[in-house]
Design a protein around this ligand. Structure first.
Ligand code: SF4
Length: 278
């Protein structure tokens, strides 16, 4: 049985709606691809590949030339993305939107002056409490003095001040993982919003990360409690229109299916006890 791990997205899902979390993490229901998500994957791939080129060649023209081949690769790997487009013209419009986002990137950064130490880095780390965290970090830059900057690309627009803390949740999650894994707390966390060419930055203090670690431990306690009681309640929020599980949601007239035992067991076995670790 694969050990369950908490990602930043699933942690946010549980906070938003425990039932949605259950469908993704316990029932493992697939979510149909959305054009926004596929566009995000494509633009991320282009911004990762641009750093394969020699520094002097990393200009906007080179990045735009990567869009077509990266799209072909993505469509080959995930044939279901074709279902998103009824007509060939729709693909053209989709690719132009992706190109506009790539163009916005060059208004914010000059990749010729960057030398990332990691791109799309897979990170998995166990906290002192035995909770396993997992995620992919878009980019890590390391300054000559060793200071680490964690960068994440978003294809949407920057949030209003009301939702800034929520947006930074994911970055604190990455910062905590990297701190626990590498022993160096990132000096800067940066979200790059390609939708409107804005950035959101936080220079976290280690006290801030310790408090965040405690918050995640408490969140996992709540998840385990819900799993033990087999009680993942729906919580209706303004984000429900984007949820793919309305047909199984009582808030929308749906019926909750029986909970799969295997997924539940994997969740309850995820946290290693201190005895397991000794
Ligand atoms: S529709 Fe809303 S309340 Fe229902 S499962 Fe999805 S997020 Fe939760």
């Amino acid at each position: 049985m694969k050990r369950a791990a908490l990602s930043a997205s699933r942690a946010k899902d549980f906070k938003q709606c425990p039932l949605r979390f259950r469908y993704l993490m316990v029932d493992k229901l697939p979510e149909p691809p959305s054009s926004a998500a596929v566009r995000g994957t494509l633009v991320h791939a282009v911004l990762e590949r641009i750093f394969d080129l020699p520094a002097a060649a990393r200009d906007e023209g080179a990045a735009q030339e990567l869009v077509g081949p990266q799209w072909d690769e993505l469509a080959q790997k995930r044939p279901e993305v074709h279902e998103l487009f009824a007509e060939a013209g729709d693909v053209d419009a989709f690719l132009s939107q992706a190109r506009a986002l790539v163009s916005n990137y060059f208004r914010l950064e000059n990749p010729q002056r960057l030398d990332p130490t990691a791109r799309e880095r897979f990170v998995e780390v166990e906290l002192g409490s035995g909770v396993l965290l997992r995620g992919f970090v878009d980019r890590i830059d390391t300054a000559p003095n060793g200071a680490v900057r964690v960068v994440d690309y978003k294809t949407g627009k920057a949030p209003s001040p009301r939702f800034t803390e929520e947006a930074l949740f994911q970055m604190r999650f990455y910062a905590l993982m990297l701190w626990r894994l590498d022993g160096v707390a990132p000096a800067r966390l940066q979200l790059i919003y390609l939708g409107d060419g804005r950035t959101l930055t936080l220079d976290p203090h280690t006290d801030d990360l310790l408090a965040f670690e405690a918050e995640l431990d408490q969140l996992w306690d709540r998840i385990e409690d819900a799993a033990r009681r087999e009680d993942f309640r729906p919580r209706k929020t303004p984000l429900c229109p984007w949820c793919s599980f309305q047909e199984f949601c009582p808030e929308f007239g749906g019926t909750i299916p029986p909970i799969p035992e295997e997924g539940l067991e994997s969740l309850l076995a995820a946290r290693r006890s201190s005895l397991d670790r000794s």
